[in-house]
Design a protein around this ligand. Structure first.
Ligand code: MN
Length: 238
């Protein structure tokens, strides 16, 4: 059968040392660092045993932005940065719920991303008990670094995630502070969704989220292992 419109090309993310990673879905975790949960006015769990279930939301695959510059989005006066570890899945999950100890077999690699957020729209939605989509799932809302194969990163817990804006550090935390680590999150996601090769998972942000304005230069890092540079450009002419 012939397509009646041109088929959109999948979003592709460059992979370190060659090739590209076609993106299928973008899952995101909310409230995965206790200090950020508290700064957003949410309760942070007192212990792992007390943590309940993670908060998930999604962004469209074509929100991924790899060009090093994104436009200030329409419809907001309070665009926030959230620096996050991003997991790239290289294999389909087997049917059923994924065991924690089988989770790492699915991981192709890691990246650093920004979960850009229209905080004013998200806050209004939260207060009204409405979905977060307009606050989270907009065009160019997910700047992303190259993807680095997992073998080059090694154990995650000792790694430090950070974001500097115009040279000043705003967010930083060791990944040992994650309330749900990568196996926990892939296990929890598999209870709700069929995970597939090409899926990305934004793992949640530490404290220090704040506003960005056009002209700001973001430098997000996982130590010296992964770097994302992204500039906020003037709004797109509409
Ligand atoms: Mn986030």
């Amino acid at each position: 059968m012939t397509d009646v419109i041109p088929a959109p090309a999948p979003v592709r993310v460059p992979v370190r040392d060659g090739g590209s990673f076609p993106v299928r879905r973008v899952y995101c975790v909310g409230r995965n660092f206790a200090d950020h949960a508290r700064e957003m006015g949410a309760q942070a769990p007192a212990s792992r045993a007390d943590r309940g279930r993670p908060v998930f939301f999604m962004k469209p695959a074509d929100a991924i932005a790899t060009r090093g510059e994104v436009h200030y989005p329409p419809g907001t006066a309070d665009l926030h940065h959230e620096v996050e570890l991003v997991v790239a899945l290289g294999r389909d999950a087997p049917p059923g719920v994924l065991a924690r100890d089988a989770a790492e077999d699915l991981v192709f690699g890691y990246a650093v991303g920004l979960d850009l957020t229209r905080r004013d729209l998200q806050s209004a939605a939260k207060q009204a008990g409405l979905p977060w989509d307009t606050g989270k799932a907009f065009d160019e809302s997910a700047p992303l670094s190259e993807i680095v194969p997992a073998a080059a990163i090694g154990p995650l817990a000792a790694r430090r995630l950070s974001l500097a804006v115009n040279g000043t550090e705003r967010q930083a935390a060791p990944l040992s502070d994650l309330i749900w680590d990568v196996p926990d999150i892939l296990h929890e996601l598999s209870r709700l969704y069929a995970l597939r090769a090409g899926d990305l998972v934004f793992m949640g942000t530490p404290a220090g989220v704040a506003a960005l304005v056009p002209g700001d230069a973001c430098e997000a890092r996982l130590d010296d292992a992964i770097e994302l540079r992204c500039r906020i450009a003037a709004p797109r002419v509409r």
